[in-house]
Design a protein around this ligand. Structure first.
Ligand code: GLU
Ligand code: ZN
Length: 291
């Protein structure tokens, strides 16, 4: 059996909130229950969206909630050479082309799917985005919460961006390269990324990387069924009442923790969770009754 390597990969665009705690706890328990590693990667590849102080808040929150990680924290902002290698590889294999469409050009096509305008521009040029050429072909994978997913990229996104016009590597490329180089075998993350997975699998195949297992954790909605926003409860995780919040997180993940655990320490709650971890009990929708 290959060893389990999981990861948590928050973007430092703001502090962790209840939704991020759900993904972090699910990912952590899944890794610990498998006696695996749990790596922490700060996804700051998009330097334009970094919020000052967010990294510190993320690290402090994880420590406070008892979610310790293995190995050194990895920062995407320090790994551009690795992404460049992958881009060069895709360039050499002619899997990409260079798109010089402006935002206005793209809007004029009237389609959310890239219409292929620049497909003949095979060599790199300044102020251009690199797009992955996609074909008519279905990509399927089994998600451990949402079941089998099938997506045909030519009908959903079209040729997608892996290197941006502003000179930054796109999330899709960075995440695929990092998951591979860090040896990640299991990706447990928020369901907002479910529809990014097919693009990532497509890239893995083009780069000759193995595909990890995927488990997406449902997004938290409030009692009215709305996605949490700052207004509806997506506030920064508090540093008090952490045991209770952890306990509630386990309830939301379908884990049925005993009531008495609420008066224990975070360490006790988490070790109960690892011992009783039932990923199959995670529901496809999580409604917060009380915020
Ligand atoms: N950095 C992404 C986010 O915070 C998560 C990426 C991933 O887990 O693949 O939404
Ligand atoms: Zn174009």
């Amino acid at each position: 059996m290959s060893p389990y390597i999981g990861r948590f990969a928050p973007s430092p665009t703001g502090p962790l909130h209840i939704g991020s705690l759900l993904s972090a706890v699910a990912s952590w328990c899944d890794a610990r229950a498998a006696h695996g590693k749990w790596l922490l990667r700060i996804e700051d590849v998009d330097t334009t969206r970094i919020q000052a102080g967010a990294v510190d808040h993320i690290l402090q929150s994880l420590e406070h909630y008892g979610l310790w990680w293995d190995d050194e924290v990895v920062y995407q902002s320090q790994r551009t050479e690795l992404y460049q290698d992958a881009l060069n590889d895709l360039q050499q294999q002619q899997h990409i082309f260079w798109c010089t469409c402006s935002r206005a050009d793209l809007a004029r096509t009237g389609s959310a799917i890239y219409t292929g305008t620049c497909r003949k521009q095979l060599s790199p040029r300044p102020l251009a985005a690199a797009r992955m050429r996609v074909y008519q072909q279905a990509i399927s994978f089994k998600d451990h919460v949402f079941g089998t997913q099938t997506e045909q990229l030519d009908q959903t996104t079209g040729d997608f961006v892996i290197f941006r016009r502003d000179g930054l590597f796109a999330y899709q490329l960075a995440v695929v390269v990092d998951d591979y180089l860090q040896g990640v075998t299991h990706v447990v993350r928020g369901a907002d990324l479910l529809d990014n997975t097919a693009r990532q699998i497509y890239l893995q195949r083009r780069l000759g990387f193995p595909t990890p297992q995927y488990m997406h954790i449902p997004l938290v909605v409030n009692a009215n069924g709305e996605k949490l926003s700052k207004q509806t409860g997506a506030n920064a995780l508090p540093f008090n009442s952490s045991t209770r919040l952890l306990w509630q997180t386990l309830v939301h993940l379908g884990q049925c923790p005993p009531n008495e655990l609420q008066s224990e320490t975070v360490t006790t709650v988490l070790s109960w969770a690892v011992q009783h971890w039932q990923p199959a009990a995670i529901p496809q929708q999580i409604k917060l009754a009380t915020l």
